[in-house]
Each structure stands twice: as structure tokens, then as C-alpha cells.
Design a protein around this ligand. Structure first.
Ligand SMILES: C[S@@+](CC[C@H](N)C(=O)[O-])C[C@H]1O[C@@H](n2cnc3c(N)ncnc32)[C@H](O)[C@@H]1O
Length: 409
């Protein structure tokens, strides 16, 4: 059949895939021809039969497949763009032995295309519903060299190691030791690692007992379950229905939420940095600098209605870095300039010492601009227990299994 008059016709299906691939190339998510070919080939709509076909091929859309009792999404088929980013980060070559942690079927299919007939893919998920669906899909695709396991991926896949590549497709707060031990030296681990509230998919290269970053990008993933479960806590500072404002804590000290609620009701203080950002420029490196330099910087999560009502001036699903100092706080923001494509970075604060905290945050924005704009941080992972004097200078994030360091050139 060649007509595209029916929604499910092969012509329509291929057009949707081509359109998705065009977006992946334009956004530079897919760069190598082999990755592009894999995305052009796999019929990803078959993994989610109930979903409208066009949605399956929307490059930016994740398909949520499970939500827990508290309303948190815990399983999905990841958006094509983030799958492509991670696969490029992993640099998968023919003949490799690859472990995927967090299954869904589609990503494992791309990986299987990339390792070819002489390679192997093992994909592990903690949820039997997910592995059942992944198995059915991969069988339908006719792949022989992919193994689907139902297990806690925090232990890796001991019967199948060593791996050339490990790709984690669930948000992790720590790097469990088996992931390092089961990776060949020089092998790559790609993982959405949450560091002080924000998650970045990071490509690490194993160098003996440590991991060294080779590129990262902000992203969102469902949180890990099982042995690696480590969810963030929210300290609510404004709880009016539909307008909630909270601080997401990820190893940050518990704030005095009552004092901060009182601070929010006080007049807003502002300080401006003179540092400009282009309209399409991301804050991600600035935010990584701020989290390196400032001790108590949780993320403010505000409902859009709170912003519309003017309670806060900034809101983002990723959270806004917010400096807390006792009874006062300040968050980073931008204001328009005469040039419609340039925004000035600054901070807004509240509380008895709001002005002081605001100026402290602005001073770090200026330091970033003066000393680190254009730099890329190095992120490294060392085993827990590594003495401080063997770590690079910078921020250290201590987890159960690892010490994650963020350092700047
Ligand atoms: C974003 S989905 C994976 C998407 C998938 N890779 C795809 O093809 O698009 C994340 C998955 O991680 C799984 N997961 C959560 N914790 C896990 C754990 N400890 N071990 C293995 N899988 C886990 C969830 O059940 C969920 O299915």
C-alpha cells in the first residue's frame, strides 16, 4: 500500500519517522549516520498500540506508561530527542556488549541496530509490566541478540558483564559500584545523574576506579526505584491551593519553611548583574556554576498560577536556583532590556536580609561571567570513602556509593 489517506498506512508511518528524524538532525540530537538510520528504521509506534501514531513520533514527547500512587510518573517511553542524545553520548559501535538500565523496548531496539549481528544488548527493568512489553516488541522486531531481564538495575547485570557501554535511562542520584565494576576500562557510562536537584545526562569514561565526564546535557527522567531510590523532598513555603511554591531539597539543609513563608510576604528586593543572556541561551552552565559555588542553593518549584499572580517572578519545571540564608532567600531571574534578544541576569529576594542574599547571588552570577563563561565543568565520580585530598577542587556531592565532584578549569 502506498497511499497515505488512512492514518495507519505505511506511507504515513514513514513520513512521521522522517519528520521525527529531521527534527533530531536539526536539533543536533542525532549526528552520526548510523544513529540516524536506526531512528529512521525502528517502528516505535508498535510499542504503544493505544497511543496516536503521530504522538509516538513527536521528537519531544515522552509517552508516560505508569504513574505511582503519589502522582509521580515512574515509567515511560523516553522522547526520541533524549534517546538520540544519550545514544550519541554513548558512541555505540558494532560488536559491542551494551547494558541498558530502564527498559521500554524502543531504545533497546536502536541499540540493537547499532551493535549489529556481532554485538549484544542486555536491557534490565525493575517492573515486569515493562519487561513484558519490551520483550513482545523486540520479538516482533525479530532481534536475536537482545536479552530482557526483570531485575533491579542498581546491581547491573552480573551474568553478562563486562560491558563496553552502560546506558541508564532512569534518573539516578548515585553511581552504584557495580556500574563501574561491570564497565570495561575506557568504556562509557551514560547516566541521567541528579546533582543538587538538577538532572543532566552525562557521558562518563571509565579510568580505572573513577569516571570522568565527556559531555553533559540537562534533561528530565523518571526517578529510580529499588535499591537506588532517592527522591527529593519539598519544603513548602506557600501552600495556597493551585499556587504552591516549594523548595526542592537534594541534600540541602532543611530550611525554616515558616520563616521563608513570612519572608515571601515581605516586599521583594532586586539586584541586577549587568550580565546579559541571549534569548536562546541556556542557563545550564550558569546554574552548574552557582550550585558549585554556593552551599545552600535548593531549587524553587512554583506553580504557574503563583507566577501569574506575581507571588514569584520566575518559574520553570526544572526549578529555579534559590539561595537560602536562614530567614531570607533570593532566586535568579532575568529582566528585559532595550534589545528584544538580550536579557539581564539578576536576583530577586525576600526576607529581613533579602537584599544581602540577593547581592550574594548576583555576585556569583558576575563571577561566572568574568571567570567561567564559555567554560565547561568537569564532573568526576570516585568511590565513596575516597579521601578529600585525592579529589579535584570544587563541589563534592556525597552519596552512598560515590563521591561526585564538579570542578572548573
Ligand atoms: C524512562 S523509562 C525507560 C525508557 C526506555 N529506555 C525506552 O526505551 O524509552 C525508565 C524505566 O526505568 C525503570 N526503573 C526504575 N528503577 C529501576 C531500577 N532500579 N532498575 C531497573 N529499572 C528501573 C522504570 O520501571 C521505567 O520503566
Amino acid at each position: 500500500m502506498t497511499t497515505d489517506s488512512t492514518h495507519n498506512s505505511p506511507a504515513n508511518e514513514q513520513q512521521l519517522r522522517d519528520e521525527m528524524v529531521r527534527h533530531l538532525i536539526e536539533t543536533r540530537a542525532a549526528r552520526s549516520p548510523r544513529v540516524v538510520d536506526a531512528f529512521r528504521k525502528v517502528p516505535r509506534h508498535l510499542v504503544a498500540p493505544g497511543v496516536e501514531m503521530a504522538k509516538s513520533y513527536d521528537a519531544e514527547a515522552a509517552l508516560i506508561t505508569k504513574t505511582d500512587d503519589t502522582g509521580v510518573d515512574i515509567s515511560s517511553v523516553s522522547a526520541p530527542r533524549i534517546q538520540a542524545v544519550q545514544i550519541e553520548q554513548a558512541d555505540v559501535q558494532p560488536g559491542m556488549n551494551v547494558l541498558e538500565i530502564g527498559s521500554g523496548g524502543v531504545n533497546a531496539a536502536y541499540l540493537t541496530e547499532l551493535v549489529g549481528d556481532h554485538g549484544r544488548v542486555v536491557t534490565v527493568d525493575i517492573d515486569p509490566d515493562v519487561t513484558r512489553r519490551a520483550k513482545d516488541f523486540l520479538k516482533e522486531m525479530g532481534y536475536r541478540n537482545v536479552t530482557v531481564l526483570t531485575a533491579d538495575g542498581g546491581s547491573g547485570a552480573v551474568d553478562f558483564h563486562p560491558f563496553d557501554r552502560i546506558i541508564v535511562t532512569v534518573q539516578a542520584a548515585d553511581i552504584p559500584t557495580p556500574w563501574v565494576h561491570q564497565l570495561n576500562t575506557g568504556g562509557r557510562l551514560v547516566v541521567p545523574l541528579r546533582m543538587r536537584g538538577m538532572t543532566r545526562t552525562i557521558a562518563f569514561v571509565r579510568d580505572d576506579h573513577r569516571l570522568i565526564s565527556d559531555g553533559f546535557e540537562l534533561c528530565g527522567f523518571v526517578p529510580m526505584q529499588g535499591s537506588g531510590e532517592n527522591r527529593m523532598h519539598v519544603a513548602v513555603i506557600h501552600d495556597a491551593e493551585g499556587e504552591e511554591i516549594g523548595l526542592r531539597l537534594d541534600g540541602h539543609p532543611q530550611p525554616d519553611a515558616k520563616a521563608l513563608a513570612a519572608a515571601l510576604a515581605m516586599p521583594r528586593q532586586a539586584a541586577w548583574s549587568g550580565v546579559m543572556l541571549a534569548g536562546d541561551e541556556s542557563n545550564e552552565h550558569l546554574d552548574l556554576w552557582l550550585t558549585t559555588a554556593l552551599d545552600n542553593l535548593p531549587l524553587m518549584a512554583a506553580k504557574p498560577a503563583a507566577r501569574r499572580r506575581g507571588l514569584v517572578a520566575s518559574a520553570s519545571p526544572l526549578g529555579i536556583p534559590t539561595l537560602v540564608d536562614g530567614d531570607s532567600f533570593a532566586y535568579r531571574t532575568v529582566r528585559r532590556t532595550a534589545d528584544p534578544d538580550r536579557f539581564e541576569l539578576g536576583a530577586l529576594g525576600h526576607g529581613p536580609r533579602g537584599q544581602q542574599v540577593t547581592e550574594r547571588l548576583v555576585a556569583e552570577i558576575q563571577t561566572w561571567h568574568r571567570e567561567h563563561r564559555g567554560d565547561r565543568a568537569h564532573i568526576e565520580v570516585y568511590p565513596a570513602g575516597t579521601p578529600d585530598d585525592q579529589l579535584p577542587a570544587g563541589r563534592v556531592i556525597d552519596r552512598l556509593h560515590s563521591r561526585v565532584t564538579i570542578s572548573w578549569p
